[in-house]
Design a protein around this ligand. Structure first.
Ligand code: AMP
Ligand code: FES
Ligand code: ZN
Length: 311
């Protein structure tokens, strides 16, 4: 198998593009796909300050690496969730990347440790507030991403969601016809109200397998293990179903998700309708000032309960 572009020996084949690439041309392909996403969705420019949310996994570390190599100003945030050895190892991987690769580009790593602020890790917190661990985790991550982006005056925050993540999420939203979630499923979410940071997903054109290959080929040391709390999650099943379809007919995932985005753009600009809805429903939390639909936001309520429990 030879590289479609330069005809030397290929290291990866991409059936959905009917192509195969050597390492150099594959890196070029990855950077081109990110450049396309950034440009077509007007995500950010060379002067913008980007905050990348890094989990220690392949996607988000690859994203940080790609953005720095493309010459963007990108710092990162890691949220240590306090999930035993999983968090310890992912934390180590993020710090190693920050010290070896990111530091060369002058980029900085912010770390938020849940245990320090809440006095408990995710598992214990979830028990205290009687909510599933994953939704407790989601509330904390969303809150901290937004807080650090605003406090650090970043122009935009970026996550490592890839094509597989977005296609699986779309499948879930369509199977249950969750209109509100469908409206919000965009790789470029504007800051609909003051107090919310703009959020982008520059990897939405790249498959999980391609990002794993990018990380291995570029010697990015990432945590392979998935979060132990995610076992049995619906999205894992949706990903398996989509992978089966992709094997039978390469390109299924990208057609499914990209065509949805085209339709979304044509129908009603998601951004405008969402901003209207958000502005009508949200106001500042009376404790922390982040936007919320209630008097006190769910994060502040959670922290209050954690503190009462500890005392
Ligand atoms: P996941 O929900 O685990 O699929 O993660 C989706 C994206 O959220 C990742 O690509 C990261 O950008 C971000 N993310 C997930 N977990 C963390 C974390 N603990 N700290 C910072 N960012 C995270
Ligand atoms: Fe949040 Fe696993 S990453 S519970
Ligand atoms: Zn609050």
């Amino acid at each position: 198998m030879n590289c479609t572009k330069c005809k030397t020996k290929a290291v990866i084949d991409l059936p959905r593009h009917n192509a195969a690439f050597c390492k150099i041309c594959f890196n070029g392909y990855i950077h081109d796909q990110v450049a396309k996403a950034v440009k077509s969705d007007r995500m950010f420019g060379k002067d913008d300050r980007i905050l990348v949310a890094v989990s220690g996994g392949k996607d988000s570390l690859a994203l940080w690496d790609i953005l720095l190599k493309m010459g963007y100003k990108a710092d990162a945030l890691y949220v240590n969730l306090g999930i035993g050895s999983y968090s310890e190892e992912s934390h180590r991987k993020v710090v190693t990347f920050a010290e070896t690769v990111a530091a060369v580009h002058g980029a900085k790593l912010h770390v938020h440790t849940v245990q320090e602020e809440a006095g408990a890790g995710i598992k214990e917190l979830a028990q205290i507030i009687h909510r599933p661990a994953c939704s407790t985790c989601g509330t904390i991550k969303r809150y901290q991403f937004n807080r650090v982006a605003l406090e650090g005056e970043y122009d935009v925050m970026a996550t490592g969601h890839n094509l597989d993540d977005e296609a699986a999420r779309l499948l879930g939203n369509v199977l249950h016809w969750q209109d509100e979630y469908l409206d919000k499923q965009s790789p470029n979410l504007p800051a609909s109200v003051e107090g919310f940071a703009r959020k982008v997903k520059p990897l939405y054109r790249l498959a999980e397998r391609e990002l794993a290959a990018y990380s291995v080929l570029n010697r990015i040391d990432y945590i392979v293990e998935e979060c132990p709390m995610a076992k049995g999650a619906r999205t894992i099943l949706y990903k398996e179903v989509l992978n089966r379809l992709e094997t039978e007919s390469p390109g299924t995932k990208q057609t499914f998700y990209w065509k949805f985005l085209e339709r979304q753009k044509q129908a009603a600009p998601a951004a405008a309708s969402m901003a209207e809805k958000d502005q009508a429903m949200l106001h500042p939390c009376s404790v922390c000032r982040q936007p919320t639909t209630a008097e006190i936001c769910s994060y502040c309520k959670m922290m209050a309960r954690a503190k009462t429990h500890a005392s």
